[in-house]
Design a protein around this ligand. Sequence first.
Ligand SMILES: Nc1ncnc2c1ncn2[C@@H]1O[C@H](COP(=O)(O)OP(=O)(O)O)[C@@H](O)[C@H]1O
Ligand SMILES: [Mg+2]
Length: 349
Amino acid sequence: MAAPQGYPLLALENPLLDIQARGDAAFLEKYGLKPNDAILAEEQHMGIYEDLLARDAKLIPGGAAQNTARGAQYMLPENSVMYIGCVGKDKYGDILKKTCEEAGVHTEYRVDENQPTGKCGVVITGHDRSMCTHLAAANEYKIEHLKSPHVWSLVEKAQFYYVGGYHLTVCVPAIEALGEEAAAKNKVFMLSLSAPFIPQFFKEQLDTVLPYTDYTFCNETEARAYAASHEWGTEDVVEIAKKLALLPKKNTQRPRVAIVTQGTEPTVVGIASADGSVEIKQFNVHEISKDAINDTNGAGDAFAGGFCAGVVSGKSLEDSIDMGQWLASKSIQELGPSFPPPKQTYSRS
Ligand SMILES: Nc1ncnc2c1ncn2[C@@H]1O[C@H](COP(=O)(O)OP(=O)(O)O)[C@@H](O)[C@H]1O
Ligand SMILES: [Mg+2]
């Protein structure tokens, strides 16, 4: 049942079941994977899921923006977040729905009749992890679902949109529809670049939707991948944050803010002004001891979740960054993209 007032924050992307196990150099080589990467599975990768399951894999509900949605809800009052994407008609789709709902996130999945729920194979070697995604049903998201009366009424009720960049490989029209809705009604539209391969290989799709963004999120590697694919001739994160902030913008009633996280290095924020100038702010990360860190996978997703919670609750940019860093630091102390139970309460650092 939808909350009568709807959900303020709506997230869209690719719901995936993570299949996570330890591997070694030979395992990576068998599938032609780098130790630290995120790719889409091709024919030669299809055996990896069975192979991982044979290694006593953990099954974890995932999908980057689904993690962000759970993170934002963790810090917000009940019924604040909903999530949209496409799953298969199978037990894994049911597991994803159940996990999301346990985290308080309302889901409106399109359920595909033919394809199974998407999977992400996660190969851990030491502190590295390589991710290989078979989108399957997640690739079957359709704008007709978004525009169906029930779902669209929830889109209209939402005031903040968060789109994971991985969805640029799936259904650009759905992202554009959210962007148009945001621009027309001066709502907030946020997007994460998600992985280096998005600016590398889905450059056109990305550039179609970037004009809608009020907040653009990326990590340092994604920032550099964007700069390289656009021949900006710089690897300097501050320079790139400036240029990302200054990209053309559809809704001129809000400034563009580009946020580049870089692990334990300061978070770099570029804030564009209407007059074409751009201000840079940097925020130190409160480091936590190495022993306390369990799993840094999904730090960026958690950061975005905390940041979105700040924006949704009307906090300042500085406070929202702090909320993002706080939630990321909590998440990396857990295994997989999750947040500490019982719920911990944020306080400004
Ligand atoms: N070792 C760490 N200690 C404390 N905070 C961290 C650590 N690693 C990451 N974070 C937090 O998570 C945020 C996102 O991490 P980052 O590695 O940039 O994202 P991604 O997961 O996309 O690579 C950082 O800005 C920081 O706030
Ligand atoms: Mg990182």
